[in-house]
Design a protein around this ligand. Structure first.
Ligand code: PLP
Length: 386
C-alpha cells in the first residue's frame, strides 16, 4: 500500500497500483477472457473475465477508495451501472427520484423497470417537507443527483440520506457532475454512488463507462452477484483508459472549475443572459449548502438568453464550443437539454421542473478561458434578432 493521504495522490496511486510481476508502473491491459486452472477446483483467483479481470479490478479498487466506499464495480456505461443498482430492488418496491435526474435514468425507470413492477415517484428533494411527504411504505430507495442535471439544483445529502434511513430506504447518489474530487456522497450518508465515468472521470470524450460504489459488505456481495449475473461489465481496454483518465482528475477539475467560475461571472454580467444556473455563484439556489458538502460549484453551467436572441442561431454560430450530448471532457461542449439530454422526459414534466425550450447547458472545458469567452461573445452577438 503506497503511503499517501490526499486525493490528488490517491487518483494516481490508489486502488491496485502498478504490476507486481514486472514492476510496470501502469496496470497492464489483461486482454483475456479466461484463465488457466492448475487442477480441478484450483484457480489463481481469476476464472472468467465477466466475473473478474485484473485491469477492471484495479479500476474498481481505485473508485472504491476515491469515494471512500467498501467496493467498486465497473460497467459498460453509466446506464448499465444505474440499471444494475436498480436490480437490487424487486417488484412492489418504489424508488423516489429527484425532479431533475438524468433523462436516461428516468427512461429506464419509466419504460423498463415499471414493466417489472418496480415503480418510481418524483420528489422535489430541495424541499425537505415535500420530500418527506413523498415517502410511502413501499419506498426502498432514493436516487438523487446534486447538483442535478440540467438546472444544477443542490440537494442536502446529509438530510436526505438521514430521512431515507429513517424510512428504511437506501440513498443512491449519481455523482457524475462532481466526481469524488469535488464531492464524496458516502461521507454524507449515501449507501451507493453511481457514475457515468464517460464524463469527468474518463475526461477525454473517448470512452463510455459506468461505475458504482457501495458502502457496506452485504451490498457489495449483492452487487457483485448482479454484475456477474447480468454481465454489463467494462472491458479491459476501456478500464485501462479510465484508470489513465482518473490519474489527471485533480488537475483537470481545478482547471475546469476555474474556467467555469470565470464563465459564470461573465455570463451573469452579460445583458443578453436572462437567467443563469451555477451553484458556484453566491446568489444561486443552494450555494451555501453546496459549499458545505462539495469543494466548489463544479464546471457545469446552464443559462437562458433573453427574448431578443435566437438560440438556434446561437448554437450554429459557436465555432470552438461544439454542440453535442455529453459533458466533462477536456473540450467545452454545449447542449440543448429540451431536445437532447432530456428529450425522453415528457414535455409537461420538463416544463414543470423548469427545463424550458430556451435552456442552454454548457460543459466548460479546460481550454484558455479567453478563447471560450470570445466564442460565447461572438455567438451571442450573431444570435441577436435584428
Ligand atoms: C451521462 C449520464 C448518465 C448516463 O451515463 P452513460 O455513460 O451515458 O450511460 C447518467 N447520469 C448522469 C448524470 C449523466 O450525465
Amino acid at each position: 500500500m503506497p503511503d499517501y493521504q490526499k486525493i490528488e495522490s490517491a487518483v494516481i496511486h490508489g486502488g491496485i497500483y502498478g504490476d507486481k510481476t514486472t514492476g510496470a508502473v501502469n496496470v497492464p491491459v489483461y486482454l483475456t477472457s479466461t484463465y488457466e486452472q492448475s487442477g480441478l477446483g484450483q484457480n489463481s483467483g481469476w476464472e472468467y473475465s465477466r466475473t473478474g479481470n485484473p485491469t477492471r479490478a484495479a479500476l474498481e479498487a481505485l473508485i472504491a477508495e476515491l469515494e471512500r466506499g467498501k467496493a467498486g464495480f465497473a460497467f459498460a456505461s453509466g446506464m448499465a451501472a444505474v440499471t444494475c443498482v436498480l436490480q437490487l430492488f424487486r417488484s412492489g418496491d418504489r424508488v423516489l427520484i429527484s425532479s431533475n435526474v438524468y433523462g436516461g435514468t428516468y427512461r429506464v425507470l419509466d419504460k423498463v423497470f415499471l414493466q417489472f413492477g418496480l415503480s418510481y415517484a418524483i420528489a422535489d428533494t430541495t424541499d425537505l417537507a415535500a420530500f418527506e411527504a413523498a415517502f410511502t411504505p413501499d419506498v426502498k430507495a432514493v436516487l438523487i443527483e446534486t447538483p442535478a442535471n440540467p438546472l444544477l439544483t443542490v440537494t442536502d445529502l446529509d438530510t436526505v440520506s438521514s430521512i431515507a434511513k429513517l424510512h428504511g430506504a437506501l440513498t443512491i447518489v449519481d455523482n457524475t457532475f462532481m466526481t469524488p474530487y469535488l464531492q464524496r456522497p458516502i461521507e454524507h450518508g449515501a449507501d451507493i454512488v453511481v457514475h457515468s465515468a464517460t464524463k469527468y472521470l474518463g475526461g477525454h470524450s473517448d470512452l463510455v463507462a459506468g461505475l458504482a460504489v457501495v458502502n457496506d459488505d452485504s451490498l457489495a456481495e449483492r452487487l457483485a452477484f448482479l454484475q456477474n449475473a447480468t454481465g454489463g461489465v467494462l472491458d479491459p481496454f476501456d478500464s485501462f483508459l479510465l484508470l489513465r483518465g482518473i490519474k489527471t482528475l485533480a488537475v483537470r477539475m481545478d482547471r475546469h472549475v476555474g474556467n467555469a467560475e470565470q464563465t459564470a461571472s461573465w455570463l451573469m454580467r452579460n445583458a443578453a443572459v436572462k437567467r443563469i444556473y451555477y451553484p458556484g455563484l453566491p446568489r444561486a439556489q443552494g450555494y451555501e449548502l453546496n459549499r458545505k458538502q462539495a469543494k466548489n460549484g463544479g464546471a457545469m453551467i446552464s443559462f437562458e438568453l433573453d427574448e431578443g436572441y435566437d438560440i438556434r442561431r446561437f448554437f450554429s454560430s459557436l465555432k470552438l464550443i461544439a454542440l453535442a450530448e455529453s459533458l466533462g471532457g477536456v473540450e467545452s461542449l454545449v447542449c440543448h437539454p429540451a431536445s437532447m439530454t432530456h428529450a425522453s422526459i415528457p414535455c409537461e414534466v420538463r416544463r414543470r421542473v423548469g427545463i424550458t425550450d430556451g435552456l442552454i447547458r454548457l460543459s466548460v472545458g479546460i481550454e484558455n478561458w479567453r478563447d471560450l469567452r470570445d466564442d460565447l461573445e461572438q455567438a451571442i452577438k450573431e444570435s441577436k434578432v435584428k
